[in-house]
Ligand binder design. Structure first.
Ligand code: PRP
Length: 186
């Protein structure tokens, strides 16, 4: 059965608003990386849709790669672990890397991933995020480029999920509390 949009209480970012902002981000990043050929790394799965629009908004040549990670013990201390489920295939040594992420929340994923790419010898590592949740930050990291700052709402759509649902919605909205409470763990 197709995801029911009625579970989304309020639309925060329409398809048009996102498209306009991502296009602007593409121009901003292109200016900063003029003359370079960065490697854009999509953090799966949440960033997949943002990534496809972002890289097409770039006015420079870029290489594309993908990484899938999960976190263990994140949010409590920096001893949390980043588990790489599927790694990039590009040799990042000497390269300018742009990590493309959907949400920077506690900052754990970006903190660890940036350190990993630096260890692998990247010349530079920047973070381009669709959403930044600065109030939730627990790790010393920040997005170099971000489209929107958001609060603590549970947002879904345009790649962001709840229990693997809502990723394909073309807009971003706040999930209704009643939908979150349906989960057995809540
Ligand atoms: C989400 C999101 C980020 C991470 C942000 O991933 O996509 O990767 O959490 O949180 P942090 O800043 O606290 O580390 P999730 O584990 O939900 O996987 P998904 O991308 O497949 O939805």
């Amino acid at each position: 059965m197709k995801t029911d949009c009625s579970d989304v209480g309020k639309i925060l970012f329409t398809r048009r608003k996102i498209a306009r902002r991502v296009k602007k981000l593409g121009a901003e990043v292109s200016e900063k990386y003029a003359g370079l050929r960065p490697v854009c790394v999509c953090v799966l799965k949440g960033a997949a849709i943002f990534f496809s629009d972002f890289v097409r908004a770039l006015k420079i040549d870029a290489e594309l790669d993908f990484i899938a990670v999960s976190t263990y013990g994140a949010g409590t201390s920096s001893s949390g672990r980043l588990n790489i489920k599927s790694d990039v295939s590009t040799n990042l040594s000497g390269r300018d890397v742009i990590i493309v992420e959907d949400v920077v929340d506690s900052g754990f994923t970006m903190y660890k991933l940036k350190a990993l790419f630096e260890e692998r010898g990247a010349r530079s590592v920047a973070i381009a995020a669709l959403f930044d949740k600065p109030d939730k930050r627990k790790y010393d990291t920040c997005a170099d480029f971000s489209c929107f700052s958001v609060g603590d709402e549970f947002i879904v759509g345009y790649g962001l999920d709840f229990d693997e649902k809502f990723r394909s919605l073309p807009f971003v909205g706040v999930l209704k509390k009643s939908e979150i409470e349906k989960q057995p763990n809540n």
